[in-house]
Design a protein around this ligand. Structure first.
Ligand code: ADE
Length: 248
């Protein structure tokens, strides 16, 4: 899979993705990240990419032409028109399901905005979809694009090894992950839960499932509406709820 990032700060994107698992996946050519400097597509002798907003107001707006020319160049080289995602706090909230869906693409273009945003006509002409990584405003779309690339890449076959497998983890089944422990058995008087030392596989699975349910109920109850729950899960959740009610 290849990511084409349209940005004013190509080094920021490339530097941020060249270590750890995503760096390894690039070295192994399982994924590719290309960062394209939008400024290279300006026709202005001062290499301006932004201008004042029509109608007034604070800040600058990124102009349509360099962005459209940059995208046209990507399309010309690829011989097709890949999906374009514009990173913006006004976008659809990014989640694991979207990451999995995007991982099916061979090519994905990510557009990083700056200043007060991008001329709406560029977004219209490119047929962009919009994604937000959360309800807060960052100074640019580069970090959000890196977040999306990381989450999508993990879903691409071959990026994770068996040990790093994404099969059992947070957001599978729409539940948060259970707590994890490693050696030593006791640290600062805190002991690893007995069941995890028992070697009893079925009990360990039961404990983990219950902890996942508890965590999700406490921290992200909104996820439970779409969670894949069986009868035992529902019963366990009602036990937690009634315990909570008893304890006020
Ligand atoms: N650009 C600035 N803030 C953003 C956010 N929260 N998500 C996506 N793109 C952004």
């Amino acid at each position: 899979m290849k990511f084409h990032v349209m940005t004013l700060f190509p080094d920021m994107v490339l530097d941020g993705l060249n270590t750890s698992i995503i760096g390894r996946a690039q070295n192994e050519k399982i994924i590719e990240v290309e960062a394209i400097d939008i400024r290279d597509y300006t026709r202005d002798k001062h290499r301006h990419v932004d201008d004042y907003p029509y109608g007034g107001g604070a800040g600058m707006v990124m102009q349509a032409a360099p962005i459209c020319d940059c995208y046209d160049d990507i399309c010309r080289k690829l011989g097709k028109k890949p999906r374009v995602i514009y990173m913006t706090p006004q976008g659809k909230l990014f989640n694991q399901e979207i990451a999995k869906e995007l991982a099916k693409e061979d090519d994905l273009v990510l557009l990083c905005g700056h200043y007060e945003g991008v001329d709406e006509r560029a977004l219209e002409l490119l047929g962009t979809e919009s994604l937000s990584i959360g309800d807060y405003v960052l100074t640019g779309g580069e970090l959000p694009a890196m977040v999306v690339i990381d989450a999508v890449s993990r879903m691409v076959h071959g990026v994770l090894t068996n040990d790093e497998s994404a099969d059992f983890e947070s957001f599978e089944d729409n539940l948060l992950e259970y707590p994890q422990y490693t050696r030593p058995e006791v640290y600062k008087d805190l002991r690893v839960p007995e069941v995890l030392m028992s070697g009893h596989h079925a009990n360990i699975m039961k404990w983990r499932r219950e902890k996942s349910l508890e965590r999700t109920y406490e921290r992200r109850p909104d996820l439970l509406a779409d969670a894949n729950l069986d009868k035992k899960d529902i019963k366990y959740l009602s036990t937690i709820k009634s315990l909570e009610e008893q304890n006020g």
